[in-house]
Design a protein around this ligand. Structure first.
Ligand SMILES: Nc1ncnc2c1ncn2[C@@H]1O[C@H](COP(=O)(O)OP(=O)(O)OP(=O)(O)O)[C@@H](O)[C@H]1O
Ligand SMILES: [Mg+2]
Length: 262
């Protein structure tokens, strides 16, 4: 199908991901259970989009479908002009749970995708080291994942996704297991990496503060079946100051919207 009419947003910017009327149902105990309903969403190239919503509203399901790991019951999802039908290097995924290969050292974890792609050792290590440096862990290249803290593991996971040069980075609550200080540090690092690398990021979180700190746009989902109840454009300068009235007002507004949903 020709999708020329969908390729640009109203400002003429390029669309990377388009969700058209997505519904997702699962069969649970012989009954159909709808997890997501009528989701329409355009994600612009270079945009940092956060999705927040109560537990069980379908955030992970949505991200998995954008990754091509699962499929909508109704509706379609496109990357550019192409309907998503399988996972792709263009869509990197960072999981909530630490997902490094325990038998590989840090550098070999990051270089894994390049190895699968068939790159020569010299080239893959050169690239892996670039991203290891970007996440501030150069001195840990020979370490085993078990020697790293949670925050360090997530930094390696981010580097492992970025080394494949994906167009879109899909992140499912990647910092949720971390203490507040480490979480804030990683949020700042992610904003810096996002602006340096000019990636499109779709980031799922429970945490309203995190979403406002990171995103150009925050999409709020309702309690299951998840529907988009409101979208907020966050027009605050980065790196954002959590103590400004603008930040706090947004936090209050989004939090109260979510509380109604609990
Ligand atoms: N493979 C599956 N089979 C059956 N039901 C599923 C499956 N995956 C998800 N669900 C159901 O879909 C709903 C949404 O699940 P999902 O994991 O996407 O929620 P979530 O918003 O990511 O929750 P959380 O914030 O707790 O991570 C839940 O009711 C869940 O039980
Ligand atoms: Mg989830």
């Amino acid at each position: 199908m020709c999708r020329l009419s969908f390729q640009q947003n109203r400002e003429g910017g390029e669309l990377v991901i388009t969700l058209e009327n997505i519904t997702k149902s699962f069969i649970q105990e012989e009954k159909e259970h709808t997890s997501l309903q009528n989701i329409n969403l355009n994600v612009n190239k270079g945009e940092f989009l956060c999705i927040v919503g109560p537990s069980g509203c379908g955030k992970t399901t949505l991200l998995r479908m954008i990754a091509g790991l699962d499929f909508p019951t109704n509706g379609r999802i496109f990357e550019g002009e192409t309907e998503i039908s399988c996972p792709s290097r263009e869509r990197g995924y960072v999981f909530q749970q630490y997902s490094l290969f325990p038998w590989r050292n840090v550098l070999d974890n990051i270089a894994f995708g390049l190895e699968v792609k068939g790159l020569e050792e010299k080239e893959r290590y050169q690239k892996a080291r670039k991203y290891l440096k970007m996440v501030g862990l150069s001195q840990y290249e020979s370490s085993s994942p078990k020697e790293l803290s949670g925050g360090m593991k997530q930094r390696v996971a981010i580097a492992r996704s970025l080394v494949n040069d994906p167009q879109v980075l899909l992140m499912d609550e990647p910092f949720s297991a971390l203490d507040v200080q480490t979480r804030h540090k990683l949020q700042e690092e992610l904003v810096r990496i996002w602006s340096e690398e000019q990636k499109t990021i779709i980031f799922v979180t429970h945490n309203v503060d995190e979403a406002i700190f990171l995103a150009d746009r925050v999409v709020v989902l309702s309690h299951g079946p998840g529907k988009i109840i409101k979208t907020f454009n966050i027009n605050l300068n980065r790196i954002r100051d959590r103590s400004t009235p603008e930040f706090l007002n947004l936090k209050k507004e989004i939090t109260s919207l979510l509380e109604i949903e609990l």
